[in-house]
Design a protein around this ligand. Structure first.
Ligand SMILES: [Zn+2]
Length: 162
């Protein structure tokens, strides 16, 4: 099933965080004394049990490594799905395109992960869903947090002829 929140999200850190960062984030989360408003709001949605669980896994280098692998696998499986009602809409134009690798990417607007959104042109074609009102969309997830986006686009002319 779709994982609602990664341990990184629970602690408000990214996957590059060091043990020191993780310990710091853990203390801040538990005490809820961080002056940053967004973190304080986030903290209200997370239970102490979740924070402790996330911390215990991530603070151990081997635990973090194992978790990172599991997370990467689950994101690979979840990378595209077709139930994206009510998600935030983005236009494909907002993604940068690398013609060499045929990949689109964008930094995550929520967790700020560099190229948190990344997908190839062929995946786009394979997973696109037609809109009744015209055009297409795909649903993609950030590789670092649980943010899903609708990416809207019109069919490029080169796909229409065949
Ligand atoms: Zn993200």
């Amino acid at each position: 099933m779709v994982q609602v929140r990664s341990y990184y999200e629970i602690l408000g850190i990214d996957t590059e965080s060091t043990v020191v960062d993780i310990k710091k984030a853990y203390k801040e989360k538990l005490l809820c004394t961080h002056p940053d408003k967004n973190r304080a709001v986030e903290a209200q949605n997370v239970s102490i049990e979740e924070i402790k669980e996330a911390y215990q896994v991530l603070v151990s280098p081997s635990g973090k490594e194992k978790y990172d692998r599991e997370l990467a696998d689950s994101y690979k499986k979840q990378g595209f799905y077709n139930g994206g009602e009510g998600l935030e809409d983005y236009s494909l134009d907002e993604f940068s395109y690398d013609p060499e690798s045929s990949e689109f990417h964008m930094d995550c607007p929520r967790c700020q992960m560099a190229q948190g959104f990344e997908f190839t042109e062929s995946l786009l074609e394979e997973h696109c869903i037609e809109r009744k009102e015209g055009g297409f969309y795909v649903v993609v997830q950030c590789s670092a947090c649980s943010l899903w986006l609708n990416v809207n686009f019109d069919v490029a002319e080169e796909y229409e002829s065949s």
